[in-house]
Write a protein that binds this ligand. Structure first.
Ligand SMILES: *Cc1c(COP(=O)(O)O)cnc(C)c1O
Length: 231
């Protein structure tokens, strides 16, 4: 008899076990909120992790991924997209206007729209490349000077300008609550601004607080370390 070795099951990496747990937690939060789990998209945030760490998560069925830098995403995702059908890539970090062309070419969603120069650059590239990325405006709910995003009091006017001046179809809002505050009020404020502007999508909630975000209406949760581990 030849010696045989039992290969490990394909789903046995720490990241895929963690992914399964996050999915259970999302389902539970949806149940608590009386929401249909199909309303919540899990964006698996793979920033800083290499293709070898991402592959098992794709193999486990995850298709929506988030990255926060255009250059890093360009280096690792085109090969993965080629190899696996149905990948959707979301840009969740700040975007410089001079990278709008590359961002529109690579990403299926952009979560960080927050100023006129970026609107102008994105509108131009969306038209030129005939792409239709899902667009979110980022709201700086904590008015933190170091953080990107439109101030809450400027949000209505900014959204109006996106549509009327730039012809950009913004579908939702994104926020990143201040690290040292309870996230609930920030999620609530973001949801309120979206509601009064007729926007249906809410990108909010990360590893530590995605269940709270789902209770307050999140449609896109951006979860990194709870899946891939610490960075
Ligand atoms: C890194 C990042 C995340 C994921 O954060 P975790 O705490 O690792 O889940 C979510 N959103 C944005 C904008 C990020 O940059």
């Amino acid at each position: 008899m030849p010696m045989t070795q039992t290969p490990p099951p394909p789903s046995a990496t720490p990241a895929t076990s963690a992914l399964a747990l996050v999915r259970v937690q999302i389902a539970r939060a949806c149940k608590d909120a009386g929401r249909d789990p199909s309303e919540v998209t899990l964006v698996a945030v793979s920033k800083t992790f290499e293709a070898g760490a991402i592959e098992p998560v794709i193999a486990a069925g995850q298709r929506v991924f988030g990255e926060n830098r255009v250059q890093e995403a360009k280096a690792k995702w085109p090969a993965l997209i080629e190899k696996h059908a149905g990948i959707q890539l979301h840009l969740i970090g700040p975007l410089q206007s001079n990278k709008a062309k590359e961002a529109v070419a690579l990403f299926d969603a952009i979560h960080s729209i927050d100023r006129d120069s970026l609107c102008e650059a994105l509108a131009k590239e969306i038209a030129a490349q005939k792409r239709d990325p899902l667009l979110f405006a980022q709201i700086n709910t904590g008015a933190e000077p170091q953080k990107a995003g439109v101030l809450p009091q400027d949000a209505d006017a900014f959204l109006k300008k996106c549509a009327e001046t730039y012809g950009l179809k913004i579908s939702g809002l994104m926020c990143i609550p201040p690290a040292d505050e309870a996230p609930g009020p920030h999620f609530g404020l973001t949801a309120k601004i979206a509601r009064r502007n007729g926007l249906k999508l809410l990108s909010m909630g990360m590893s530590a607080d995605f269940a709270d975000a789902i209770l307050l209406g999140a449609t896109h949760v951006r979860v990194g370390s709870a899946i891939f581990g610490g960075r």
